[in-house]
Design a protein around this ligand. Structure first.
Ligand code: AMP
Length: 281
């Protein structure tokens, strides 16, 4: 497995694979890898001739007061996990490799970036789409794999790729969970043993939304109110949102008369957690 820091070298390698007709899969990550990340890697290994993972904690997607400085960095373990799986190339640039002195260009994210996370993390998706577009240029892959765990991110990236005619296929992959339902996340390691049971409030609220929907409830405000109630009851210290929106555009819905998605974001102690589930008609 090659590990490259420099964008030009990484580009040459991936371009050479593409020119020889190989399918290249790309998995962008911020490291601190867990079974969720590895499921994306496995999918690429199955579907592509070459698999490229990236490890970069992207400073431009963290707001002031967010966890950029303390975000877990476990590069040696990450690299051995990726090597074991059979990844061909890891691109792990330094901050100055991607944002050298004088850097000033940013991508304006699509409208789908405005609600939900956009309200609570106003500069987040500007940083995400900028770094992802940079990675798509540096590593001109055939397919890029993203988790549905970050549903709004997946939607925003799909839209950016479509709107800007980026020649890459975006593949969404199912959320990997722990046995009790908690979605795997690099941030779960911030949770103390006392807080860990409370982190299940997201899974419980989404489960109840799904049950109400399956039993025929279609009124968005009714299901949203129940999600709020369960989040509070089951241990959320603060609720950023508990919403049901249109699955494609993330626009408001009153009744679930087309495919929708329920999304929640809460704080458990100092840790901010997000999760979601599809409500398909
Ligand atoms: P991150 O390192 O948090 O930026 O995540 C890198 C990629 O892994 C993103 O596409 C995430 O959506 C995906 N991912 C994170 N957690 C999970 C999970 N539990 N299941 C599936 N994919 C995930």
């Amino acid at each position: 497995m090659k590990v490259l820091e420099h964008p030009d070298l990484a580009y040459s390698q991936v371009a050479q694979w593409r020119q020889s007709g190989q399918r290249v899969g790309l998995i962008p990550t911020m490291g601190a890898l867990h079974a969720g990340h590895l499921s994306l890697v496995r999918r690429s290994l199955e579907e592509c001739d070459r698999t490229v993972a990236t490890i970069f904690v992207n400073p431009t997607q963290f707001g002031p007061g967010e966890d950029f400085a303390k975000y877990p960095r476990t590069q040696q373990e990450d690299l051995s996990g990726l090597r074991e799986l059979g990844v061909d190339l890891v691109f792990a640039p330094s901050q100055s490799d991607l944002y050298p002195e004088g850097y000033s260009t940013f991508v304006q994210p699509p409208a789908a970036a405005e609600p939900l996370e956009g309200i609570f993390r106003p500069i987040h998706f500007r940083g995400v789409v900028t770094v992802v577009l940079k990675l798509f240029h540096i590593l001109p892959a055939t397919i890029a794999y993203f988790g549905q765990k970050d549903y709004q991110q997946l939607t925003v990236i799909r839209r950016m790729v479509h709107d800007l005619n980026v020649p890459i296929l975006v593949q969404g992959c199912p959320t990997v969970r722990q046995a009790d339902g908690l979605a795997m996340s690099s941030r779960n390691r911030y949770l103390t043993d006392q807080q860990r049971p409370n982190a299940l409030c997201l899974w419980k609220a989404l489960g109840s939304a799904k049950r109400m929907f399956e039993q025929g409830q279609r009124e968005v405000t009714v299901i949203e109110a129940e999600m709020q109630r369960i989040l509070k009851q089951e241990g959320a210290d603060r609720i950023d949102y508990a919403r049901i929106v249109d699955a494609e555009y993330l626009s408001d819905l009153q009744r679930i008369d087309r495919n929708a998605v329920a999304l929640v974001a809460v704080h458990v102690g100092q840790t901010r957690l997000i999760d979601n589930c599809m409500l398909e008609v």
